[in-house]
Design a protein around this ligand. Structure first.
Ligand SMILES: *Cc1c(COP(=O)(O)O)cnc(C)c1O
Ligand SMILES: [Zn+2]
Length: 410
């Protein structure tokens, strides 16, 4: 049972049937899934959601499937943590972490979008799935394709972190390393998608893929007992997550589950790749593509597909944008680990570093509630922090050796 009415162009508003389409043939605007909220309102209640299994399909009326999902049964419903130690460090009153660094099965928020995209690809009858990826999407597509018995082709920039390559190859995917930036990989994939009958999760079935991001926002509301935070700081790569968190809040409002959203939404990017934040700060609407140079490789998209919508959401919500240098990113990764015991990847370092700056600039008042989005796991980007870690003590397997070393250091 589906509540999808169809696809709609985000620019000119033309309607399309819910098929394998992603751009408007009249104006080249991107297409978005639209739902029959009046009907959803009649069948869906907060109580009903709360009783369902703790995975992303508990919001399935608001997701674009016609048939039963085939993957994602343990994805989503990640912890929302009241971060008291971090609050003290930041001098802020009420800080929460939405922690997708422990997402099943591949330790990033991309498990959500891929669960939706692969279920939809199967509905459409594809037997090969593919993606252009900065790393985490590669992991999620290859793992879930393996689980669903689909073939997968994964296109990545050749300079990706080793851990992200290994944790794609292990599932049997064919990985194609392209000598170029992510934006060049993406352009190539758009050409490949027009020639082969493959589902590129973030290209030709992108409208469905992107809907999976909403579950991150739904969960935050539910886990705050159907209240919305006053501020949310979101890492931005292609701009899907940030725009869909906002859509999720609006949908919950339409269904009468939360008050009118007043949450201010902040875009967090790395200094070496901040096309969205730059546009926000310049109060412009036109995204100028950049050539990325940052350790936050999962966010290194210089020409973001949904960049324009990311900027619009920030403006509409009266939020702002800020960027973090590579040093600030690594420092924030350490702070999160040392205060809350959470090892996030570079992208999480970006969001925390940006939150700290926004508090220091008093753009976020310290007594208001803040959700910081932690979207990936630190085991995948170890290279970034290794030079900053404490030195090991090397000893002989004797008590004397240990005691001597301890004395030397105290
Ligand atoms: C993909 C990704 C994001 C957000 O990506 P969008 O393209 O903006 O939706 C954030 N954090 C991590 C770790 C990611 O892999
Ligand atoms: Zn259009």
């Amino acid at each position: 049972m589906s509540y999808v009415l169809g696809l709609r162009c985000r620019e000119c508003g033309r309607n399309y049937p819910p098929e394998v389409l992603f751009v408007c043939e009249y104006c080249f605007g991107s297409l978005e899934v639209i739902y029959d909220y009046a009907r959803i309102r009649k069948v869906l209640t907060k109580e009903k959601i709360t009783k369902r299994p703790k995975n992303l399909w508990r919001y399935r009326e608001l997701l674009p499937l016609n048939k039963e999902p085939i993957t994602g049964f343990f994805s989503g419903f990640t912890p929302l943590i009241r971060a008291r130690n971090l609050s003290a460090y930041l001098g802020a009153k009420e800080v929460y972490l939405k922690d997708d660094s422990v997402s099943h099965p591949t330790l990033s928020f991309k498990d959500r979008v891929v669960a939706v995209a692969i279920s939809k690809a199967k509905e459409f009858g594809f037997n090969t799935v593919a993606c252009a990826s900065t790393g985490n999407l590669a992991n999620a597509v290859s793992a879930q394709a393996a689980f669903c018995g689909l073939r997968s082709f994964i296109f990545i920039p050749a300079d990706l972190e080793l851990a992200k390559i290994v944790s794609t190859l292990i599932y049997g995917a064919q990985v194609v390393a392209v000598e170029g930036s992510y934006d060049e990989v993406n352009r190539l994939c758009a050409e490949i998608a027009s020639r082969y009958h493959w589902a590129f999760v973030n290209i030709n079935i992108r409208p469905y893929y992107a809907e999976g991001s909403k579950t991150f926002g739904f969960e935050i509301a539910e886990q705050l007992n159907w209240r919305l935070p006053q501020h949310i700081v979101v890492p931005v790569a292609g701009g899907s997550l940030i725009s869909k968190i906002w859509k999720a809040f609006q949908e919950l409002y339409k269904l009468g589950f939360v008050e009118k959203p007043r949450t201010k939404v902040y875009a967090a990017q790395a200094q070496g790749c901040s096309p969205v934040v730059t546009t926000i700060k310049e109060n412009s609407e036109i995204i100028k593509p950049v050539r990325p140079k940052t350790i936050a490789k999962s966010l290194a998209i210089g020409n973001p597909a949904d960049g324009y919508y990311a900027v619009s959401v920030v403006k509409e919500s009266k939020g702002w944008g800020e960027e973090a240098s590579d040093e600030e990113i690594v420092e924030a990764m350490r702070v999160l680990a040392e205060t809350e015991g959470i090892f996030t990847e570079t992208a999480g370092g970006v969001t925390l570093a940006v939150t700290k700056k926004l508090l220091a600039q008093k753009i976020i008042p310290k007594e208001e509630s803040i959700v910081i989005c932690i979207t990936g796991n630190g085991l995948k980007t170890q290279d970034a922090v290794i030079p900053q870690l404490k030195k090991l003590w090397h000893i002989k397997p004797t008590l004397e050796s240990f005691m001597e070393t301890l004395k030397e250091h105290t």
